[in-house]
Design a protein around this ligand. Structure first.
Ligand code: MG
Ligand code: MG
Length: 256
């Protein structure tokens, strides 16, 4: 599943990064709106329709709809679902956690971002899982500097997550993003010995996205061929930002 990264990384000009900031801002604003929407009683389809309407109302296209055949604009993954949950009539309940993954395209360029929300009051362990996942993302972003390697991002995420007693999902990874939602390079959330990945260069735009399980790291795919769940049934959390590597350091495109 993890292939060797090549030199086919597409670096973006400052003007192209400015375009990507537009779709990134739409996603950041949408996540702020979702804070108010996510509560016990709503369905995962409610989240999807709100997200789709918001993205379109801002003059953007939902990146995920139809991509590889995905049927919705948001991936909505509840509790033991890691990523790629298909929105439907599942109703959120107090104590659930819900990962929402969104993409938007403006003027030909995509941004990709995900967050995990608590539904009402959740357990302390679930809150620790969410916080650790978010913090590990920022540890990774901090490494996204000219001259460093992809593995420096991977190492920062992995060491933080494992120091907190949680486990990294290894079969899925982050990626470059731009005119295509998924571009080179792959950004694993753990270090692969002997594969440091490309050297980071000015203009690289990267979707960094730790997926973290409360229990064992294993995952499996459900019969719908999309939804990925933890193999042991434990909760899983997901955070993602699209960032640009610049001379001034990493710039998060999907934050306000
Ligand atoms: Mg995503
Ligand atoms: Mg992504």
């Amino acid at each position: 599943m993890l292939k060797k990264t090549t030199s086919l990384v597409i670096c973006k000009s400052p003007e192209e990064i400015d375009i990507m900031k537009k779709s990134g801002r739409i996603l950041a604003e949408l996540f702020e709106e979702l804070h108010g929407l996510v509560k016990p009683g709503i369905t995962t389809a409610d989240i999807d329709s709100f997200a789709e309407e918001f993205i379109i109302s801002q003059g953007a296209n939902p990146s995920f709809k139809g991509l590889y055949g995905f049927p919705a604009s948001a991936c909505v993954s509840v509790n033991n679902e890691v990523v790629h949950g298909i929105p439907g009539n599942k109703r959120l309940a107090e104590g659930d956690i819900v990962g929402i993954d969104l993409g938007a395209q403006v003027e030909g360029f995509h941004c990709d971002s995900a967050r995990t929300f608590p539904v009402g009051r959740i357990s302390k362990e679930a809150m620790d899982l969410i916080r650790t996942t978010e913090e590990s993302l920022y540890k990774g972003i901090e490494q996204a500097r000219i001259g460093k390697r992809i593995a420096d991002i991977s190492r920062a995420i992995q060491s933080y997550v494992e120091s907190r007693g949680f486990s990294i999902v290894k079969a899925l990874s982050g990626h470059g993003v731009g005119r295509n939602l998924h571009e080179e390079p792959m950004i694993p959330n753990f270090v692969i010995r002997g594969e440091p990945g490309p050297v980071l260069a000015e203009g690289m735009t990267l979707a960094i996205e730790p997926m973290v399980n409360a229990g064992e790291p294993g995952i499996k795919t459900l019969k719908d061929n999309w939804t990925i769940v933890t193999s042991d049934g434990s909760f899983s959390a997901h955070y993602e930002h699209t960032i640009a590597v610049t001379r001034e350091g990493p710039v998060i495109l999907t934050a306000l």
